[in-house]
Write a protein that binds this ligand. Structure first.
Ligand SMILES: NC(=O)c1ccc[n+]([C@@H]2O[C@H](COP(=O)([O-])OP(=O)(O)OC[C@H]3O[C@@H](n4cnc5c(N)ncnc54)[C@H](OP(=O)(O)O)[C@@H]3O)[C@@H](O)[C@H]2O)c1
Length: 283
């Protein structure tokens, strides 16, 4: 397939571009700067200059492609809706795949699954509503699907919530964790997540959601322990305020499962777990 990718220079997107090119697909990548264009060209993709706000460019990208993987996120939920509309205009009735990204939901007191809904209110509600809009394109003949990311998507010991804990530890000289640290966060290696994006593009039925979860849940104090050991810093409980607006979210136990994804799409993570990958942190 010729695949239009947004966000192809990011932590996840660069792995997705490599995964597609390594499996017989070609890639047209949105690039909003010269530096991004150079990076995607070096990876072997064709570039389409422009940003998420330029809907004509997005329509042109979608029109030229057999499928779309949308990973760019401008911290503006309305832009995600606009992207869905632009792609729909070009793809309606075509049965072409449109894969978007979100986070795994958390369900109080249990492990979340692919069948659980995304929150559509609260701090990340805008994201949930945008993803629902994309999945709703299924009724217009677009093979739209969503791949949900766990709290940490990592590569080379960096990325996601664990990456933020590392940055805060470097700054405060303490490897801290909120609460008692028993709360669990799920995780995946970016290279494994990239395989799932390709499988969703190739195989997933319209309107479905998938979990890119390799580790169902690592206790946050275990994550902090590796970070502290690698950086030579003490490992301690820290007040929630240390984490600013993320404090309440960091405190939540939010394990997630990918049993259905593994069974239905044949996805099997093969890259290092988060705790193994964090061993790559350099003091
Ligand atoms: N990493 C995680 O743990 C995680 C967890 C849950 C969900 N997600 C979601 O997964 C997606 C990819 O995440 P990531 O970690 O790979 O992100 P990332 O490393 O921050 O990369 C973001 C990508 O989006 C592009 N981008 C941002 N704003 C843009 C705009 N206005 N116009 C065009 N391109 C724009 C960036 O391009 P430039 O190179 O030009 O900056 C870059 O390619 C995001 O939607 C993110 O919210 C990630």
């Amino acid at each position: 397939m010729h695949v239009f990718v947004t966000g192809g220079t990011g932590l996840i997107g660069s792995a997705v571009v490599a995964e597609l090119l390594g499996n017989g697909h070609t890639v047209l990548a949105l690039a909003r700067s010269d530096a991004s264009a150079l990076a995607v060209k070096a990876a072997g993709a064709e570039t389409l200059p422009g940003g998420l706000a330029n809907l004509n460019i997005l329509r042109a990208g979608a029109a030229k492609a057999d499928g779309v993987i949308h990973l760019a996120f401008g911290n503006d939920f309305s832009s995600a809706d606009a992207v869905a509309r632009a792609v729909a205009e070009e793809s309606a009735g075509s049965d072409r795949p449109f894969v978007t990204v979100s986070g795994t939901p958390y369900m109080p007191g249990r492990i979340s699954t692919e069948a659980d809904p995304l929150p559509t209110d609260g701090p990340v509600g805008g994201r949930g509503r945008a993803v629902m809009a994309v999945l709703g394109l299924a009724s217009q003949g677009v093979r739209s699907t969503a791949v949900r990311m766990p709290r940490t998507v990592h590569n080379e010991g960096k990325g996601g919530f664990a990456g933020l804990l590392t940055e805060i530890a470097c700054r405060t000289r303490v490897s801290g964790y909120p609460g008692d640290g028993a709360q669990r966060w799920p995780a995946v290696h970016a290279l494994d997540a990239a395989v799932l994006f390709r499988l969703a593009l190739e195989l997933a039925p319209a309107g479905t959601s998938w979990h890119a979860v390799a580790d169902e849940g690592d206790a946050v104090r275990d994550i902090a322990a590796v970070i502290g050991r690698r950086l030579g810093l003490p490992v301690e409980a820290a007040p929630q305020e240390t984490y600013g607006p993320l404090g309440p979210i960091f405190a939540i136990d939010q394990p997630s499962s990918s049993t259905h994804t593994r069974e239905a799409l044949g996805w099997e993570p093969t890259h290092p777990s988060l705790l193994e990958d964090l061993e790559r942190i350099q003091p």
